[in-house]
Design a protein around this ligand. Sequence first.
Ligand SMILES: [Ca+2]
Ligand SMILES: [Ca+2]
Ligand SMILES: [Ca+2]
Ligand SMILES: [Ca+2]
Length: 497
Amino acid sequence: MNDKFEKVKVNQLQKRLLNSNIHNNNNDNKNDNKKTTILNANNYPHQQQPSLSRPSPLQMFHKINKAKMLIMPLAILLLSSTIVMAISNPSLPSAAYAITFGSTKNLSNNDGDSRDPRIEASGNNVYVVWNDLSGGDADTFFKRSGTSGDSFQNTKDLSNGIDGDAQEQRIAKEGNNVYVVWSEGGDVYFKRSTNNGASFGSTINLSNDDNFSGSPEIAVAGDNVYVVWVDVTFDGSDQSQLFFKKSTNDGASFGSVKKLDIIFESLDPRIAAAGNNVYIVFVGGSEDDEEVFFTKSTDKGSSFSEFISINNNDELSSLGDIAAKGNNVYIVWSDSSQSETHAFFKRSTDNGKSFGDIKDFGPGFSAQLDTVSSNVYVVWTNGDNDIAFKASKNNGASFGSTKILSGDDNADNLQNPQISSLGNAVRVVWENLSGNEDVFFRASGNEGDSFGSIRNLSNNDAQSFGPQIISSGNNVYVTWSDDTPGNFDIFFKKGVD
Ligand SMILES: [Ca+2]
Ligand SMILES: [Ca+2]
Ligand SMILES: [Ca+2]
Ligand SMILES: [Ca+2]
């Protein structure tokens, strides 16, 4: 098992160290991404089974649901007399919560492979950023809608003039500001817009060193913008260390680099900020003693605490997600401390000074979380490769029972769940790597108590993967990579409550 885990880590390092080769093997890159996902969960051998050519049971489920749609008006008439009974029975699906999706938009619409979109929204503005190979090497492309996703303005090449392959794009917003970070050619770059993405200022090279700098993550709290990344030295030690920079003026400029404590092979940081606090989690340690580590700053990133271990075991660990709200910090990860990989949750209610007990969500991985007021929502791929969901309504003190959002079907290979919540709404997307490789959606209008029907958003024969989702007002926006045009393009769909 450790051999496999080491391969994962080697793959992750290679992805960073060899990123200049991406454009030489575009077609392999998608497969590499999938392999990484699969290897992260290598306790599930059936994940690597070839795709089935017959319609998958999930697709059959959808055909049944489509048939149900046709009789919906009649059903509503029949149900109206029993609606009081229906809403008092929590096991019934939320029939009243139906999201209407518009047509699919192709945002990139070019001949080069366009992949790995990230999305943000602010009021009527929608921002999408991705990596695009339509030039000589991969660049960071950006597109903005000022009309709630009904129309998009021209695509901007944010990394025009930077050598190397752009990747690992991340996006954040605060008010009218839009912040984009990415890695390209061994450095981490930052760009901001102060007018909702209409134009961008000059590019800042945050790392600007001879080391290999990658895996940037960004968090914003008021005027402060925080970026953390991994810096790998080339002196033969392959030491990878977390570097951090902060801006106190809305991203206009950044202070000097702060090198966080050294733990051998620090990888995959995640960052969250709330008030004066900045929280960073990452996977670190030696190959045979790998853990999820946590550090916090209570002075807006001027200084950081010593690392503490979140899971305190010597097994492979994989993040996961972090979120902060008020004094609370929530972390989800997976590790192999059990007989197979399990998904775990841990929370702090005192700004990261101390953490409660680990909650074991059972076999699973790729956990993501979101929080609204005192609610905490977690999605993950469970041990049957289905999409599982849990909700807490008391700031993560306890969680309700696990819901299987995707239908409990072992024939499907469901991965990469993403979640976005707003008000009482909880929206989830995932990819099905079996069959036609499509992107699926499911939503709740009542804080995750019940969910509407499963929707296939891509519903095409080509590869559709890597969905991302964001909510704004009554709208929900989903974007993903899709091979329908014959090269990968960035597809987009808008849903309205
Ligand atoms: Ca480039
Ligand atoms: Ca560098
Ligand atoms: Ca598809
Ligand atoms: Ca393309």
